[in-house]
Design a protein around this ligand. Sequence first.
Ligand SMILES: [Zn+2]
Length: 94
Amino acid sequence: MTDEIDARLEYNQCQEAVRRLTDFLSHELSPQEQQSVERHLTECRGCFARFHFEETLLQTIHDRLREMRAPAGLRERILASLNSAESGPSLSTS
Ligand SMILES: [Zn+2]
């Protein structure tokens, strides 16, 4: 009954938070959106863990790229594949 509605609401909030995670990490959200993701992360362990994982992962990759001084072509290919993985299939042309 109400439990079911709550669960569905929570699920939607998680989807929303996960969808905005990349933009959140690159600080591309509006202050309002940024705040709502932050608030969700403080309330939701699942999303917080995911957020922390992604943040660490991104940080590690960026550090590695800087350390490696990979050839420009390779570096671009890695970044491009990262971007496409983050954006998913619904990449807008903006
Ligand atoms: Zn969540």
